[in-house]
Design a protein around this ligand. Structure first.
Ligand SMILES: Nc1ncnc2c1ncn2[C@@H]1O[C@H](COP(=O)(O)OP(=O)(O)O)[C@@H](O)[C@H]1O
Ligand SMILES: [Mg+2]
Length: 253
């Protein structure tokens, strides 16, 4: 198991006015696995992703990656761990407007001692896989939302992290750009053996992954594996579970 979380809990607020958001979650992610987290609005998806990715700290419980419980690390070491081992994709792309596509993608490499030649090689390979090499000198404002999100995906993969965490990566995209992005993520997941953990409320997006975990009120409600099923059959199963969970109307903007 690459990542193993045991009995993780997360509370917000003070003692007198406490909200329990994660109520004792056990979760494991295998090396190379692509997993989605679904569930109604407010069920704790983003909180779960944030604690599993070390952006936020758990209130209790352990999260092991590569045999080490990172919840015990001090802030500085945790930040280093995050920069070295993890990659992130957010709904709003989070690109820096004053940097070109290439400069944005190379950001995660700037903290390590790497020759320009090696960084260029990494860039060519990652940007090539995502089909955005030709955009390298453009600024974020000059390219489409889909291209911006592929740029942020390239930035997430460039340092070859163990796990990519993505919170609603297709949330701001039209359906064509969304499926292009998901196809690329799946290809890179398969080729590079990078695990992906993605929050989504979109059953189509979830059907690209191998397993879907459903949250309800801070607990894992159920989980589905694609197995040998077609993507379409898996999509239908995800839809059925979502319907039972009452998540269909939820989050439709
Ligand atoms: N920083 C915070 N402080 C207080 N409450 C929070 C905070 N972050 C999230 N919550 C609460 O936790 C619950 C789950 O939020 P979230 O994880 O964002 O859900 P989801 O991503 O499934 O919509 C919500 O009720 C939300 O209001
Ligand atoms: Mg959320």
């Amino acid at each position: 198991m690459l990542l193993e979380a045991k009995d993780i809990r997360k509370n917000f607020g003070s003692k007198l006015n406490r909200t329990e958001v994660l109520k004792g979650i056990d979760f494991g992610l295998e090396k190379g696995e692509f997993v989605s987290i679904m569930g109604p609005s407010g069920s704790g998806k983003t909180t779960m992703l944030n604690v599993l990715s070390s952006i936020d700290r758990v209130s209790s419980g352990s999260i092991m990656i590569g045999g080490e419980d990172f919840t015990k690390l001090k802030d500085k070491r945790l930040a280093d761990f995050r920069k070295n081992e993890l990659g992130f994709i957010f709904q709003e792309y989070n690109l820096l407007d004053t940097l070109t596509v290439k400069e944005n993608i190379l950001l995660p490499l700037s903290i390590r001692k790497m020759s320009k030649k090696e960084a260029d090689r990494q860039f060519e390979s990652t940007a090539g896989q995502l089909g955005i090499e030709d955009l390298k000198d453009k600024y974020p404002a000059q390219i489409s939302g889909g291209q911006q999100q592929r740029t942020s995906a390239a930035r997430a993969f460039i340092h070859q992290p163990k796990i990519i965490f993505a919170d609603e990566p297709t949330g701001a995209l039209d359906s064509k750009s969304a499926s292009e992005l998901l196809l690329k993520l799946k290809e890179m997941n398969e080729e590079m053996d990078t695990s992906i953990l993605m929050v989504t409320h979109d059953a189509t997006a979830a059907s690209y992954s191998e397993r879907v975990v459903f949250l309800k009120d801070g607990n894992i409600y159920s989980s589905l594996s694609r197995g040998e099923k077609s993507q379409e059959a898996f999509y239908k199963e995800v839809m059925d579970t979502q319907r039972v969970l009452g998540g269909v109307l939820d989050e439709s903007k």
